[in-house]
Design a protein around this ligand. Structure first.
Ligand SMILES: NC(=O)c1ccc[n+]([C@@H]2O[C@H](COP(=O)([O-])OP(=O)(O)OC[C@H]3O[C@@H](n4cnc5c(N)ncnc54)[C@H](O)[C@@H]3O)[C@@H](O)[C@H]2O)c1
Length: 275
């Protein structure tokens, strides 16, 4: 049985703040939205229509009822209307988490449509939402944006031209937007998760975490996979005033994936009891 760690929220850290989390009905986005709610923020989340009801039920089970806006981030009209809806309901936006992404993973066989879908859901929507929230954030004294990137932004992986180029674009968007939003008092950063137990990964593991955690865990110094809650804490840190001197950069939240050399874990895996 692979257990997710728990996290103790910092009470009222985001009280009075309004946060928009895309892809907040499931997985990493859901954990981020829930922790923001537990720390006092008013939260709006988006999700694909097929995920909206389950997302609502999961929030309700935790005692929360955020604004849930169902739609496709590749749809520019939806992106524009969702920012308008959040402003209409809450009157402000202080935090934006660009998280929803397309998982299309194709290489030599990738079509133009595959690339278009990957970029439309990913960096193009990230950029559009950033443009749309800049002025409202400025009006209320500034804000913070976190883009959910990936280890895949920084390395080569087989058959991943679509996903990895879209994540790579997020890295440059983060830097360029951070620079241009300085006059708006808006900081822009990204996080790059390692392998995290969410539904796509569960699917690939045939829902057998006990078997696959030690196998895929070997890609990380910590010799295990990560959990959505372990991404939420670092994202909330970057959104908070504690990160007031951090902008235009990426925080790897990858259990040491990115620093691991070709020798792999060596003795560490034995010590961790996973080999
Ligand atoms: N799970 C991992 O191992 C991992 C690793 C690195 C980075 N990431 C990144 O984390 C983010 C979240 O991934 P996850 O694993 O939690 O996924 P998930 O499938 O658990 O959840 C994805 C969420 O995004 C929403 N979504 C997906 N496509 C959408 C679209 N076109 N329009 C609107 N909403 C959409 C879904 O409804 C859902 O709420 C993504 O940016 C992903 O690239 C995940």
């Amino acid at each position: 049985m692979i257990k997710s760690p728990t996290r103790t929220p910092i009470p009222n850290r985001f009280k009075g703040k309004v946060a928009l989390v895309t892809g907040g009905t499931n997985g990493i986005g859901h954990a981020i939205a829930l922790e923001l709610l537990r720390e006092g923020a008013s939260v709006a989340v988006t999700g694909l229509p097929a995920d909206a009801e389950a997302g609502r039920a999961a929030f309700a089970a935790a005692g929360f009822s955020p604004l849930i806006l169902a739609g496709d981030m590749a749809d520019e009209k939806f992106c524009r209307s969702l920012v308008a809806d959040v402003l209409a309901k809450f009157g402000r936006i202080d935090c934006l988490v660009n998280n929803a992404f397309s998982f299309i993973a194709k290489g030599l066989e990738a079509t133009r449509e595959d690339f278009e879908r990957s970029f439309n859901v990913g960096p193009f929507a990230f950029a559009l939402l950033t443009q749309l929230v800049a002025e409202p954030m400025k009006k209320n004294g500034g804000g913070a944006i976190v883009n959910v990137s990936s280890i895949s932004a920084w390395i080569a992986q087989p058959n991943r031209w679509t996903y990895n180029t879209a994540k790579g674009a997020v890295a440059q968007l983060t830097r360029c937007a951070a620079l241009d939003l300085v006059p708006y008092k808006v900081r822009v950063n990204s996080v790059s998760p390692g392998w995290i137990w969410t539904r796509e990964v569960d699917k690939a593991a045939n829902n057998d975490r006990a078997t696959w955690d030690p196998i895929w865990g070997q890609f990380h110094m910590l010799a295990r996979m990560g959990h959505p809650i372990e991404i939420a804490g670092p994202v909330l840190f970057l959104l908070s005033d504690d990160a007031s001197f951090i902008t235009g950069t990426d925080l790897p939240v990858d259990g040491g994936y990115n620093g691991l050399g070709p020798e792999g874990l060596g003795q560490t895996a034995k010590i961790a009891g996973t080999k």
